[in-house]
Ligand binder design. Structure first.
Ligand SMILES: [Zn+2]
Length: 326
């Protein structure tokens, strides 16, 4: 079931959905929960396509019938895709599609993206439909935080979870199916924390190589050079202006983490497999690398969770990193 090339991993979800489809016990509302970048939308759409297919085997869409073809063209009359209009998903949006649901005789699927952003009013409109659902109608709700949805809705849903994939499995997929070089695939799998959607986004990012090179240069400079403070402040200023500051800091932490791992489990083989360009990492002490990783994690945390001044935070972090590493 849902045996689509790009929908990898999620074995538990695949197994549960397959058994639900085989038993024919699909309820009027299905809830797919998972972190951003876990491909909820792709799974939701694939499920919708399967349910709408006129010729499906129990668990697979035929890919040839009128429904499958129109679904791929994005004009299947039985499919509606709702997402927040601005910051919230409004009751008018739910009401606007309500009438078409009551046309009898065919299957209707409504996929609601970011269903946790429904206003209270929109939730109660949806609840009214779920309390007395027309035959053949199924909602597929996608959420990151199910806690934001009223219990009255959650309790009427079949719930499924999407989980991050093991990074080794994701790296293998990127290498084998997307033709990515081994080292880069491993790096992307780790930066994306096993989230397929995020990894594919990174894989398509033209500036990724540049970003990796940049993080390596910075990691190197901080570890080997006695850079004068005004250099560090200049770098902090440049970094502070970056939109992609977080991935750069995460990459930096990852480089030091790799150094730490290799220094802790040093062996002839590993030293040989180490890229020439990263040999300098071997000279650093494990305790110093550990401290550097903690400093970077703390900076990432402050950037995400607080309103800290980016430039000042980066100045402090770079100065402390250099002091620790050199
Ligand atoms: Zn079909």
């Amino acid at each position: 079931m849902l045996n689509v090339k790009n929908l990898i991993g999620q074995e538990e979800l695949r197994r549960l959905l397959t058994s639900t489809l085989e038993s024919g016990k699909i309820t009027h509302a299905i809830l797919l929960r998972g972190p951003a970048g876990s491909e909820k939308r792709s799974w939701g759409r694939q499920l919708a396509k399967t349910l709408l297919c006129q010729e499906r085997t129990t668990t697979e869409p035929c890919l040839k019938c009128q429904s499958c073809l129109s679904f791929d063209r994005d004009n299947n009359p039985g499919f509606t895709n709702l997402k927040p209009d601005g910051k919230t998903l409004k009751t008018e949006q739910v009401k606007a599609i309500k009438e078409s649901f009551y046309l009898t005789g065919s299957i209707k699927i409504c996929l609601i993206e970011e269903a946790d952003k429904m206003t209270a009013e929109a939730s109660s409109s949806l609840l009214k439909i779920l309390e007395d659902p027309p035959a053949g109608l199924t909602f597929i709700l996608l959420v990151e935080q199910p806690g934001q949805l009223p219990d009255t809705i959650v309790s009427r849903c079949q719930s499924y979870y999407l989980r991050p994939m093991p990074t080794e499995e994701l790296a293998r997929f990127l290498e084998q199916e997307k033709g990515m070089a081994t080292e880069k695939a491993a790096l992307v799998a780790r930066i994306s924390s096993g989230l397929l959607g995020y990894a594919l986004e990174l894989a398509a990012d033209q500036s990724l190589d540049e970003r990796i090179a940049e993080a390596r240069t910075l990691a190197y400079n901080l570890a080997v050079g006695k850079n004068p403070v005004h250099h560090l402040m200049g770098w902090a200023e440049q970094l502070a202006l970056k939109e992609d500051l977080l991935p750069v800091l995460e990459l930096l932490a990852m480089i030091y983490r790799d150094g730490l791992m290799q220094n802790l489990c040093r062996s002839g083989d590993q030293l040989q497999s180490r890229e020439q360009s990263l040999i300098w990492l071997e000279k650093l002490m494990p305790g110093d690398l550990e401290e550097a990783i903690l400093l970077l994690n703390q900076a990432v945390y402050e950037l995400v969770a607080t309103n800290v001044n980016r430039r000042l935070l980066l100045e402090k972090t770079l100065i402390l990193l250099q002091r620790r590493l050199t």
